[in-house]
Design a binder for this molecule. Structure first.
Ligand code: SF4
Length: 297
C-alpha cells in the first residue's frame, strides 16, 4: 500500500475512517463464521412446506429458510402480498432496505413509484399480488462517519435459483393469468439466465408461471436513471407494458395498440367476458366486443 499511496495521505482517505468500525466487528464475525459455514443448504427446497394450502403457511415457514448464504446476514425474509386470487402478479428482484424493515414488498421509494406507474396504467396495487424472486435482502454494508448503510447488491444467479422453490410455491397458489417481471433478475428467474431485458422487454409469451408473461423495467431503474428524458422514456415503456398486462388480464378495455400477443396465448380465461374467436389473420375478437383485437407480434 505504501507503494500505491504515500503514508502522509492515509489519514485523509475515506476508507481509513471505516477501519476502527471494521476492526471492532472482527470478534463477532469470527465467532459466527463456523456456524455459518456449516448450516447453509444448497437450496430452499427442504424448507418449503410440502403442498402448502395457503400463503400464511408459506409466510410462517419462510423465516426458517437456510437455503442460501443470505440467511446469515441477520435480515428477515419478505414474502409477497396481495389477494391470492389476483389475476396479475408483479415479480421484482428482492426486498430492499425499507422492505426488509417493514416486512413487506415494494414499500420504499421504488414501491411508491410503482404505485404511481400502476395508476397511470389503470391498475390498482390492491388488486395485484406483488412479490420478489429472492426473499432476503442481498446487500453490502458501507461504513460512513455517520454510521453503517445497507446498500443494494444484485443477487447472483445461483442465489436466485436457490430461492426459486419459494416463488414456485407462491405462484402455484396464486396461479396468475398474467405475470409481469420487473427488471432483468425477475425475468431471468422466469425465462432463464439468457433473457435480455433490453431486447425482449414487453414481449408477451407463456412461462412456467403464467400463460401470459412479459418483462418490463424495474421501478428502481427509473429512480437510478440520469436525466429527465431517459426517466420519462422508461416510465412510458413501463406504463405501456403494464397496460398490456392489464388488458391481457381483462382488467382494462382492450385497445389494438396495447395488446400484442401470440395467438395461442389468447384463451378464454384471459378474456373472461365471452368466447374468443380467431380470424384467419391470427387476430382475435372476444365476447360482446368483436372490434377489440389482439394482433400477432
Ligand atoms: Fe432462503 Fe431465499 Fe432467503 Fe436464501 S434468499 S435464505 S433461499 S429465503
Amino acid at each position: 500500500m505504501v507503494a500505491e499511496m504515500p503514508k502522509h495521505h492515509w489519514p485523509t482517505l475515506p476508507e481509513t475512517r471505516a477501519i476502527p468500525g471494521l476492526l471492532a466487528d472482527v470478534p463477532r464475525r469470527l465467532q459466527e463464521m463456523p456456524d455459518r459455514a456449516g448450516s447453509v443448504a444448497e437450496s430452499a427446497a427442504p424448507f418449503v412446506p410440502a403442498a402448502p394450502h395457503d400463503l400464511d403457511t408459506l409466510r410462517a415457514a419462510l423465516p426458517g429458510c437456510r437455503g442460501c448464504e443470505l440467511c446469515t446476514d441477520g435480515t428477515r425474509p419478505v414474502l409477497g402480498e396481495g389477494p391470492v386470487d389476483a389475476r396479475i402478479v408483479l415479480l421484482g428482484e428482492q426486498p430492499g432496505d425499507q422492505e426488509e424493515r417493514a416486512g413487506r414488498p415494494f414499500v420504499g421509494p421504488a414501491g411508491q413509484l410503482l404505485d404511481e406507474v400502476l395508476r397511470a396504467a389503470g391498475l390498482e396495487r390492491s388488486a395485484l399480488y406483488v412479490t420478489n424472486a429472492v426473499k432476503h435482502f442481498a446487500h453490502r454494508v458501507e461504513v460512513t462517519p455517520h454510521g453503517k448503510r445497507r446498500l443494494h447488491a444484485r443477487p447472483r444467479h445461483r442465489i436466485v435459483s436457490q430461492c426459486q422453490p419459494w416463488l414456485d410455491a407462491e405462484l402455484a397458489l396464486v396461479r396468475p393469468a398474467v405475470l409481469v417481471c420487473l427488471g432483468s433478475t425477475a425475468a431471468q428467474a422466469t425465462f432463464g439466465p439468457s433473457f435480455r431485458l433490453l431486447e425482449q422487454r414487453g414481449v408477451a409469451r407463456s412461462s412456467r408461471y403464467a400463460p401470459v408473461t412479459l418483462a418490463t423495467h424495474h421501478p428502481a431503474a427509473l429512480l437510478r436513471s440520469e436525466g429527465a428524458e431517459l426517466r420519462a422514456e422508461l416510465r412510458a415503456a413501463m406504463v405501456h407494458d403494464l397496460r398490456r398486462a392489464a388488458a391481457a388480464a381483462g382488467q382494462v378495455p382492450l385497445a389494438p395498440s396495447h395488446l400484442v400477443l401470440e395467438p395461442e396465448l389468447i384463451a378464454e380465461r384471459l378474456l373472461p367476458t365471452g368466447p374468443v374467436t380467431h380470424s384467419e389473420t391470427g387476430s382475435v375478437a372476444h365476447g360482446s366486443d368483436r372490434n377489440r383485437r389482439a394482433t400477432v407480434e
